[in-house]
Write a protein that binds this ligand. Sequence first.
Ligand code: TYR
Length: 447
Amino acid sequence: MEREKWGSKLGFMLAAMGSAVGLGNIWRFSFVAGNNGGGAFLLLYLAFVVVIGVPLLLTEVSIGRKAESDVVGSFKKLAPGTPWFLSGFFGVLSAFLILSFYAVVAGWSIYYFWEYLTGKFFSEPAEGYGAAFGQFTAHAWHPLLWTALFMILTIGIVFSGVKNGIEFANKIFMPLLAIILIILAFYSISLDGAAEGLKFLFQPNWASLKDPSIYIAALGQAFFSLSLGMGAMLTYGSYLTKENKLPSATLGIGLMDTFFAVISGLVIFPAVFAFDIDPSSGPPLVFITLPGIFEQMPGGGIIGLVFFFALILAALSSSVSILEVPTAYFMRVCNWSRRFTSILMGSIMFILGITVSLGFGIWSGVTPIGDKNVLDSMDYVASNILLPLGGLAMALFVGWYFKKSEALEATDMTNLPVLRTLWHVVIKFLAPILIILIFLNKLGIIF
Ligand code: TYR
């Protein structure tokens, strides 16, 4: 069977931006920044996006485009008879872990959208937005209905091929989401007490750089937010034709993703401090802060409605890229149809998601890693460990296994004299060394 291809370069750009921009920029960025002290975290995160993220994005897409295969198959094809393909399994595994909690959080977003649609969240419930969130997520099966709905939507899109639905939705909803976030940021900054929030976000507390956890958190966030290391970008790259030029495309994706993260920080943190919420309240953070902002704004109910709708679409365009990773792999290896494979993979992820959802209710005492609940544990292993390891393997592969000329050709860098040298040094030495140092540091082996 012919492998599928994007309709156009724009189609690829939109899909890749859609993959990058999602819950990671708004929900995950805010609580990880909140947990890790704000300003210093933001600075490290931005540094990792520039120094490791964007160069690696170019690398990852180029592997896929050259090999025209999935995350395991690409290594097999380009390096036959070597063990490189094993690194692809980090990607397949992280896809299962990440989508199973991603779908739960996206399900919460659909529930919030529904509560705005019926007008219930237009004004603060008697128990407060915080307690309302707690009660909802602690329920044994209610949140799971919304998770299931989100998973069905994701499967539906992957099932029918990525082209039309997702390319089209992204064209409309990304600009809409950006506009709403900008309006919200202005509003949030104008709240009484907002200055504290801006300070938290932009004034680094240098002492927090002493904690090794902040480096691994910032690295994990850069990988998660740019959809790196799992093979989602690799798989999307595999549907590209050779005529498309990669360096400008990947830079655009990186800029767009960073813009969404910074702007959502500008929405969340002023409000967090204005409403006296603890910035380190973890995954519930945005679900408690945002309704508070909407409630105070004129016409805020409608803004909330549109916001959560846009958020669902942003989540959907990301979840599709995650589901596509194991779908593309198992379709090829088992010779299954796209339909069957996407349904099977999505169902397995949903079942894993049940444990995540229960982790906010009857299983809240279950802490697989340290004091982390099920969601935080899965997220930690996948985002902070598996994604950087996957990325490390890709950097080493293109930096050391490929000849330099081959690597430059694969990334369309042959005609960019300064950039190409810079990129090659980053991929071959700097990015791998940094990733390894951050791991060793976290393990307490160095510094
Ligand atoms: N980048 C997405 C977001 O920010 C999530 C994601 C993570 C998507 C890893 C793909 C991927 O491989 O929401």
